[in-house]
Design a protein around this ligand. Structure first.
Ligand SMILES: O=C(O)CCC(=O)C(=O)O
Ligand SMILES: [Fe+2]
Length: 283
């Protein structure tokens, strides 16, 4: 079984249909050439300054997961205006999240924005489901996460394209390990993205070439979950104020108001919606 491709200008419903059936889909042409070039230009100096692999992570296990040959730019929404205003808010990604996440929350939010420039000699990550950051959620549960890796250079099986296991989102046995023939490399040209559910098994691939595999890992999650990356600190208020409102909302500066569906509210300031306070110049 391969990974099905849908073009970015085809109906979002087609993307969602494949995503729900297979747990993964490649969206071709998610970023057009102009946006891709502007985003890469903004990332170039950030990657040049990217911290050396000194192994400083929240937990030592993370060092093993990423390996020591990857350059990281994290908290990208706070560092790249192009990302915050034009990539994170991409209409296809929004459309997918509207369909997959919105039934389970009052609003969804950015979970993670992390450029992984995987260098020559990078070895494959271990198989994982991204949603295991919330490992105490009982299963089965409604979809909690839509994840993606945008190819910022061409992704090939040799340079470390993300590898995925289509159908694994439906496996009842959560301990089942994929066999070699169940893995597929998400080969795609720069500007395309592999989009997968939080429950789909995947990994960063091994890079046996002498080039760098630049990928933008971004994911969204339900608005009532704690995000993997602390977006309020990664994109502090001074920066958030300069961004469009939809970006502020995705970064978690909007309240999660579930009162209309019989719930309560989360994330207020002065019992008000912070994004409104920002709009009125009161925050
Ligand atoms: O870089 C990739 O291709 C995937 C990265 C990934 O799955 C992760 O860091 O959770
Ligand atoms: Fe992952």
């Amino acid at each position: 079984m391969g990974v099905q491709h849908v073009k970015a200008d085809e109906p979002v419903a087609d993307v969602v249909a494949v995503l729900e059936a297979d747990g993964v889909v490649i969206v071709d042409g998610l970023l057009d050439d102009d946006l891709l070039a502007r985003f890469n230009a903004e990332l170039d100096p950030l990657l040049e300054r990217a911290r050396p692999d000194d192994g400083r992570f929240v937990n030592q296990a993370v060092a093993g997961f990423f390996g020591d040959k990857t350059r990281h730019v994290v908290g990208v929404a706070g560092k790249s205006p192009v990302f915050a205003a034009e990539v994170m808010t991409n209409p296809v990604l929004r459309g997918v999240c509207d369909e997959v996440l919105l039934p389970n929350c009052a609003r969804y939010q950015l979970n993670l924005a992390h450029v992984m420039d995987r260098g020559p000699g990078s070895v494959r990550q271990w198989p994982h489901r991204d949603e295991l950051v919330w490992n105490q959620l009982p299963t089965p549960h409604p979809e909690v996460q839509v994840a993606s890796v945008i190819a910022l250079v061409d992704f090939t099986a040799d340079n470390g394209a993300t590898v995925v296991v289509p159908g694994s989102h439906r496996w009842d046995d959560r301990d089942r390990q994929p066999t070699d023939d169940e893995w597929v490399a998400a080969e795609m040209p720069a500007g395309s993205a592999v989009v997968y559910l939080g429950s789909t098994i995947h990994a960063g691939g091994s890079n046996t070439t002498d080039g760098w595999r630049r990928g933008m890992h971004l994911s969204f999650c339900l608005g009532w979950l704690r995000t993997e990356e602390n977006q309020y600190l990664a994109t502090p208020l001074e920066v958030a104020r300069t961004l469009p409102r939809d970006a502020q909302e995705l970064l978690g500066y909007a309240a999660h108001d579930a009162i209309a569906t019989g719930g309560g509210y989360l994330g207020t300031v002065e019992v008000q919606d912070p994004v409104e306070l920002i709009a009125r110049g009161e925050l």
